[in-house]
Each structure stands twice: as C-alpha cells, then as structure tokens.
Design a protein around this ligand. Structure first.
Ligand code: SAH
Length: 366
C-alpha cells in the first residue's frame, strides 16, 4: 500500500520527535493546511464519504431556522446580532435556514452573518452557496474572533471533528494513547507517558479492567464554554447537533470513514474522515461552568418531530409527483427514524435566560 502524502509526513515527524497524541494525529488528519481532509476536499453529500443531515433534506435547515427565529424573539428582536455557524461544510444548512428567516424580515435585517471555518476551499463553496441570500458572510477561523454583540450560534457535525484524547487503563493508571512506529515503520497505537489526572476520571469507571479506553474532548468543551460565556454576557442562544452520547462512559468511538466505508483509523490519514462521538454530558458541564444552564438535550428525531417535521414534509410534498413525495418520506425516515439518525444524533440548546426555548423543556433540567 502506498502511503498517503500526509502519512509519509507523519512518519517522518514521529521519527524526528517521537509519538503523537491521538489529538495531534486527528488534528493533522482533518485540518493540516496542506494535506488535511477538510482542507483539501469540497465534496460532501452523496459523492462524499458521509452524508450530513442538511445534505439529506432542506427540511433540516428550515427547522433549525425556525428555532433561530424563536431565539431571536426571546432575545427581544435586537437591531443587530451575530448569526454564527461553526463548520458550515458546503453552506447548505445556512442557506436553508436563511430562506426560512425570510418569513421574519426583521431577523434578516438584523443579521450579521459570521462563518467559522478553517478550510479555504470550503469557504469558497460556502460563499457561492450563500451568494443568493443577500448577506455577505464574514469568515473567521475560530469562535473567539467573532465580533462582540448578541449572538445565535448553530453547529451541525462540528464538535465531532474536533480532536479528542484517548487514555488507556493500565496497572499504572490511565495513560495517554499515542501513535508511533512499529518495527516495519508502520503507524501503530501505543501508550505514552502522560497520565490522566485522578480528578478527571469519571467515578463509575474507576474500576474498569486494564485495556479500557476513555476519551476526553478538552477542545470541544473549551469551545462550548467560550460560546456559553459569550451568550451569558452578551445575550443569545446556541444549538449544537452531533452524534454522541448523553452520559460520560468508557469506550472507544474514534472512527474513520473512507469512500463510504469504515476504515482503519491509521490507514489513510488526510484522505479518510476521522471523527469521534461527542460527550454531551461534558459539553453541558462546560456550559454550566460558564454560568449558563443548558436545556436538557433531545435526540434528533424527537427534536425534529417537535419542531414540526411531519407537517413541513406534508407541505413540501403537496402537489408533487408520487416519486417526489416518496423521496420526501424517505428523507424524513433518514433524519428522524430511531435506527437511522434519529437516536444517535443529539441536540443541545443553550439560552441566556432561564426560560426554555421550544422545542426544549426543562422537565429534566438539573
Ligand atoms: N456542518 C456541515 C459540515 C460538517 S463537516 C454539515 O452539516 O454538512 C465539519 C465542518 O467543520 C467542515 O466545514 C470543516 O471544514 C469544519 N471544521 C473542522 N474542524 C474545524 C476547526 N477546528 N475549526 C473550524 N472549522 C472546522
């Protein structure tokens, strides 16, 4: 097998300066300026390695748009606010969201659109997709560069692309998992010298058997905390949608997708999409540390149904051909059915006030 360009460079880097943490590896694979997966690719959707919810159907972005309109109202319809999307991909979600926002001209008039994106190629695609929206996006490469003021933040499948760390239970504690070279100079997982501080080990896994893997996501948590802190101080709301789990647990979720198939994580660095499931418990705690109480997360299926997915599908299908109606029904299934995206994907909503925003409720807010 011929090494990918990035693999050859990573091998040289490991030879020169030692093993990489899983986070450093993931970061190189996804966003290396020269050979990263997102930096070099513009193809998502049916031709890409994975299909995201906005690419499945316009209804997804429209319903997120409806959520943003109620957030805007809850904020007291400010004269200006930042509408921020993290990792907009091809810009499809934002385009569908803004079409829905046309229902409320005051929203569009107040919108300063900011897109947080690292890939120059994707920025170009986003600019093109949004050309007809009438809004000129400002691009920044990290959330902390978003200008001051009230804000509504949207992120779909963004947090799963942020680098995670892995720790493995060993007789000497939870040690950081690293990537080094074996005798044949191939990439291989190993154990590094970094130890997870006892305070960061979830209590119910302290007795896990040796070999158990624990993942941590300090970067995702830090971004969520920054956003929550801005919302607390300057007003607004946020909605994060991603695949992940609600309660902290041990286990490996790091995965690679290459040409629509699961792949060895070490096989095609820079050419496979590498992601990890998002720990929503940890994201919620990060928001709480910023002084904001997030609304209890919903599964994507529940969220979309409560937002009116079926009604929207009915309206969209009215007067269409049988085939078109079948296609709409099919996308409803893909987005909301439990065995498809409905259960695995979770939705976390944050607001500056104590009042919940529909479709979230406070029944289990702790
Ligand atoms: N939200 C889109 C695309 C998801 S893919 C959709 O649902 O279709 C992840 C997106 O996040 C891509 O646009 C990628 O370039 C961007 N991204 C990945 N890591 C990033 C980082 N560290 N900072 C900013 N954007 C990043």
């Amino acid at each position: 097998m011929i090494d990918t360009a990035l693999k050859a460079r990573l091998k040289a880097r490991i030879k020169a300066s030692g093993p990489l943490s899983v986070a450093d590896y993931m970061s190189a694979c996804l966003t290396d300026p020269q050979h990263g997966y997102y930096t070099t690719r513009t193809v998502f959707g049916t031709k890409g390695d994975f299909i995201t919810a906005p690419e499945v159907s316009q209804m997804f972005g429209e319903l997120i748009g409806a959520f943003c309109l109620s957030a805007f109202e809850q904020m007291g319809s400010p004269k200006t606010f930042n509408l921020v999307e993290l990792g907009p991909g091809r810009g499809v979600l934002m385009s569908d969201l803004l079409r829905t926002a046309k229902l409320r001209p005051a929203f569009l008039k107040a919108t300063q659109l900011t897109l947080v994106e690292v890939s120059s190629k994707l920025k170009e695609v986003q600019r093109k997709t949004l050309a007809s929206s009438g809004l000129e996006p400002t691009f920044v490469d990290s959330f902390d560069k978003v200008q001051d003021g009230p804000l509504i933040v949207v992120a779909n499948e963004f947090f799963d692309a942020l680098p995670i760390h892995q720790f493995m239970k060993t007789p000497s504690g939870w040690m950081e998992r690293c990537i080094g070279l074996d005798d044949n100079e191939e990439l291989v997982f190993g154990i590094g010298a970094n130890k997870l501080p006892t305070s960061e080990i979830p209590q119910d896994i302290s007795n896990a058997p040796d070999g158990t893997i624990l993942e941590t996501q300090p970067i995702a948590n830090a971004v969520a905390q920054q956003i929550a802190s801005r919302i607390k101080n300057q007003g607004g709301a946020a909605i994060f949608i991603d695949y992940g789990y609600l309660k902290s647990a041990a286990g490996e979720t790091l995965q690679a997708l290459y040409k629509h198939k699961y792949d060895d994580v070490l096989a095609h660095p820079g050419e496979a999409d590498i992601t990890a499931h998002v720990n929503f418990d940890a994201l919620s705690n990060a928001c709480k540390q910023a002084g904001v109480l997030p609304m209890p997360p919903l599964e994507q299926g529940e969220f979309l149904l409560r937002m009116g997915l079926l009604e929207r599908a009915g309206a969209l299908g009215a007067g269409k051909t049988h085939e078109e109606q079948e296609a709409i029904r099919d996308s409803v299934e893909r987005l909301a059915a439990p065995e498809q995206m409905g259960k695995l994907f979770k939705v976390l909503g944050i607001t500056a006030t104590k009042d919940p925003l529909p479709p979230f409720d406070l029944s289990s807010r702790s």
